[in-house]
Write a protein that binds this ligand. Structure first.
Ligand SMILES: [Zn+2]
Length: 289
């Protein structure tokens, strides 16, 4: 499942190609992967490409929006008009053959733009979703999502984190971090990496963190995500960034998927793995407390 750095990297890759493009036609080839009225957005142009947590949101000039959730195996591939010299752009699951002639059997929605370029929404396992929303629908979505603040936005402060933890003192801090209503976009990889960076054990109850630890954790989340963005996200197994390259963050991950390896910080501990909130959780038993 892509996390904030992956979806943000896709957004940054697609934005310069898609902003200003006018939608000429939408072809839905798999109805269960599309909701809303596609006719409502014909002739509209994309004015902005946003991200809400892990959801991509294409804002149209009249206030409608198209949202895309890639889930586990979704891909977005944009191809320029045949005559254009630009390169195709692709983000999401790097399944074999993603550059096969499009559309193919895993292509479920096709958006044609008036300049002759095309956006393909592919999904091997069909868990993803594309939706057309009107202005009211977009507002409701924000309400339904109840997402916490974006961890790289100004509103995500150390004070916010401390207050939110006070509301959920009895859950392991790892579970707290994965709850999208507390912080939007943080997932398994970056929760583990942030806790390692802050030297906090993932199983600790949130309420047991000292105010100093909360401040360290707040800083660690920002540093971890900034670093991941710099590296184009991670390339675990089901993600490539929007220029078709695998992210390289996992090469520098310090605990994630490093079970049994020596800790890079204390050089004494061996990275262990436990389940917290049903998710594999990686930590150093020596230098995380
Ligand atoms: Zn260690």
């Amino acid at each position: 499942m892509p996390e904030l750095p992956e979806v943000e990297t896709i957004r940054r890759g697609l934005a310069p190609r898609l902003i200003g493009k006018t939608i000429e036609e939408i072809t839905v080839r798999e109805s269960k992967m599309f909701s809303g009225d596609e006719e409502a957005v014909i002739g509209r142009y994309i004015s902005e490409l946003r991200r809400h947590g892990k959801l991509l949101v294409f804002i149209l000039d009249d206030g409608h929006a198209i949202t895309v959730h890639l889930k586990m195996t979704g891909q977005l591939i944009w191809k320029p008009a045949k005559s254009a010299s630009e390169e195709a752009v692709m983000g999401g699951h790097p399944s074999e053959g993603y550059l096969d002639p499009l559309p193919h059997k895993h292509t479920h929605v096709v958006i044609d733009f008036s300049d002759g370029s095309t956006l393909y929404f592919n999904d091997l396992r069909k868990f993803g979703m594309m939706s057309v929303l009107d202005e009211k629908g977009l507002e409701e979505l924000h309400f339904i999502q109840k997402l916490g603040p974006e961890p790289l936005d100004k509103e995500f402060t150390s004070d916010y984190l401390a207050q939110q933890i006070k509301k959920h003192p009895r859950v392991p801090i790892k579970s707290f971090l994965l709850d999208q209503t507390n912080i939007a976009g943080l997932g398994n990889i970056y929760a583990d990496e942030s806790l390692f960076r802050a030297a906090i054990l993932p199983v600790r109850l949130s309420g047991s963190l000292t105010s100093g630890e909360v401040r360290n954790l707040h800083a660690a989340i920002g540093e971890t995500l900034e670093l991941a963005l710099l590296y184009g996200g991670s390339s675990e197994k089901d993600y490539v960034n929007a220029i078709g390259e695998k992210g390289t963050y996992l090469k520098i991950a310090q605990v994630y998927h490093r079970t049994g390896q020596q800790c890079v910080r204390c050089l004494e501990g061996t990275i262990e793995r436990v389940k917290v909130a049903g998710r594999s959780t990686h930590y150093c038993p020596e230098c995380q407390h």
